[in-house]
Design a protein around this ligand. Structure first.
Ligand code: VG1
Ligand code: CO
Length: 471
């Protein structure tokens, strides 16, 4: 029996050679191809790309071949390409969707498939359910006598040109900011640094070659993986460190001096900065809001309230934020896991855009991020968010699922003001502190999110949340 292929929070992910095999990729891509043929126009087309993981380019070539056999015109990237660039290419070339071979920020032994829809947004559950059904029970299709063409296409120039319109690179250049960029050996290399070079902004880049082991740690721009970026910043006296994940849809930011700034805080600062600096974000007749996953900081709620704009809350997964961008309801949408996009940009998270907007904000305000955050806290209140990944044994997982179904009027002796079940179990306490437990859809862990008005409050809450899980 072949194992089921399941699309989680963002695509199908599996360990290479274990479940991520040529045979299973054939099955998965066959399902996607039949789905496209059954829903698309008479001349279906598809973008195919990949990240720099082991065998990614081989999987992508196989995928293009299978899709072409189904009569789908393929545009195949000649090199590793970021997920947001694929989203952009789908929209620009008006294809019926796109496939990216990537396991994003997961460790090196993983690979995966992200499927994006005709609008460039990550596939919604109703679409991935259909694809999963197609994979499990293939419907009969008549293949054309000759395959559709497979065209090699470089998606980078058009995407970078578009970014150069959305970010004020001149502000970064004229401020004389010294930047260091770490793509973590991922698909961002040549993109963010390429654009900065084009714009005449001097920047040092690290890890700009392929290493399918990602230097021995996951290509995840979290604090614990940015040691080399921090070191390079110290050596060059840099003002800011920028990083992106394996498929460059997530960002990671180090402030002057090398301090990691929570992506949660970056989202709130950039929203505030856009309202301050972009005519399309404030004033005028269009009244946009902001959107965030239920796991994301309430500092965004506070910034939204401060500027009198609506706030939308979604389950975890950028596909839900993508929908709100498509409906033109928001200035900025984000997730605490370092996902961000803005109005009129792709309905997909874009780590390259997020890094550049942060650099522009620092250049324009001429203040470190720590200083900017202090100022924002003074205006709207302070918020200290945290997230922990907790691997669960089967018995603890079962106990967790049972506990998360129950109702709670108090949590560790404190009164629960609100229970939110948008995704997992979220308990909001009377002082606005909150805790959220949910099972990850990309990794075999339980995610524990907490937030409190002080660092001490955060630590106490996190300890209480662990007692809840393991007690
Ligand atoms: C995680 C994050 C979520 C993100 C998803 C994909 O999902 O929590 O915010 O959208 O990864 O990110 P989960 O279900 O494991 O918590 V990535 O960089 O693949 O594209
Ligand atoms: Co990613």
């Amino acid at each position: 029996m072949s194992s089921p292929i399941h699309f989680g929070t963002s695509g199908w992910r599996a360990v290479i050679a274990e479940e991520f095999t040529m045979a299973n990729v054939r099955r998965a891509v066959g399902g996607i191809a039949r789905h496209i043929v059954s829903t698309a126009t008479d001349a279906p087309s598809l973008i195919v790309g990949y990240d720099p993981r082991f065998l990614s380019e081989k999987f992508a070539a196989l995928a293009a071949e299978i899709a072409a056999q189904h009569g789908i015109h393929c545009y195949l990237s000649p090199e590793a390409v970021p997920t947001p660039t694929i989203a952009f290419a789908i929209r620009q070339r008006k294809t019926d969707g796109g496939i990216n071979f990537t396991a994003s920020h997961n460790p090196a032994e993983y690979n995966g498939i992200k499927f994006s829809m005709a609008n460039g947004a990550p596939a919604l559950p109703e679409v991935t359910r259909k694809i999963e059904a197609e994979i499990a029970n293939p419907s009969p299709v008549a293949l054309p006598a000759s395959p559709a063409p497979i065209e090699r296409a470089d998606f980078r120039p058009a995407y970078l040109e578009d970014l150069a319109q959305k970010v004020n690179l001149e502000v970064i250049r004229s401020a004389g900011l010294r930047l260091v960029y770490d793509p973590l050996y991922g698909a961002g290399r040549g993109y963010l640094d390429g654009l900065l070079a084009q714009a005449g902004v001097p920047a040092v880049s690290l890890h700009g070659r392929r290493d399918v082991l990602f230097g021995g740690h996951p290509p995840d721009p979290a604090d614990e993986h940015l040691g080399e970026l921090r070191q390079a910043m110290a050596e060059t006296g840099a003002h800011l460190g920028l990083a992106t994940d394996g498929d460059a849809d997530r960002f990671g930011i180090l402030d002057e001096g090398g301090a990691f700034i929570s992506p949660n805080h970056i989202l709130a600062l950039v929203l505030d900065y856009l309202i301050e600096s972009r005519p399309w974000a404030a004033g005028g007749t269009w009244q946009g809001g902001t959107a965030k996953s239920v796991a994301t900081t309430h500092l965004l709620n506070a910034v939204a309230a401060y500027h009198h704009i609506p706030l939308y809350e979604t389950p975890v997964g950028f596909k839900y934020i993508g929908e709100l961008i498509e409906q033109d309801k928001i200035i900025l949408g984000g997730e605490e896991s370092a996902g961000m996009t803005i109005r009129r940009h792709v309905p997909e998270k874009d780590g390259i855009l997020a890094c550049l907007l942060t650099a522009e904000m620092v250049a324009s305000r001429r203040m470190s991020l720590a200083q900017q955050l202090e100022e924002l806290f003074r205006k709207v209140g302070s918020y200290y968010p945290g997230r922990w990944n907790v691997p669960l044994t089967e018995p603890v997982k079962k106990q967790f699922i049972e506990r998360s179904r129950q109702e709670y009027s108090s949590f560790e002796g404190r009164r629960v003001a609100k229970t939110d079940r948008t995704d997992g179990l979220k308990l909001v306490l009377e002082d606005g502190s909150w805790v959220l437990f949910r099972l990850s859809g990309t990794e075999p862990v339980c995610r524990l999110y907490c937030e409190a008005p002080t660092q001490k409050g955060l630590e106490e809450l996190a300890a209480a949340a662990r007692r809840f899980l393991f007690g």
